[in-house]
Write a new protein. Structure first.
Length: 87
């Protein structure tokens, strides 16, 4: 996502964001959760969300950094909770 932000590529960042969030859900190992996520069609809202809610691509990319760097389940869970509340 950071590379797409640096290039000013909002659509690229959206594609990376969709893949990122899908991997987070898939990593849970919960097939029902993954199917539910896919059934909701949240991917459809990614581009409009970036355009209207989060137009600053660098800020959007940096918000995901704590989830990547982690530090164990508790810090990642807290970061995910903070990230989810914004939307």
């Amino acid at each position: 996502m950071a590379g797409a932000a640096a290039a000013g590529d909002a659509l690229g960042q959206a594609r990376h964001g969709v893949a990122f969030h899908r991997e987070i859900v898939a990593a849970s190992g919960d097939g029902t959760l993954l199917r539910s996520r896919e059934g909701l069609g949240v991917d459809v809202w990614t581009v409009p969300s970036l355009h209207h809610v989060r137009p600053e691509l660098h800020e959007n990319a940096s918000d995901h950094r704590p989830l990547i760097e982690g530090g164990g389940p508790c810090p990642v869970r807290r970061a995910a909770e903070r990230h989810g509340v914004r939307f």
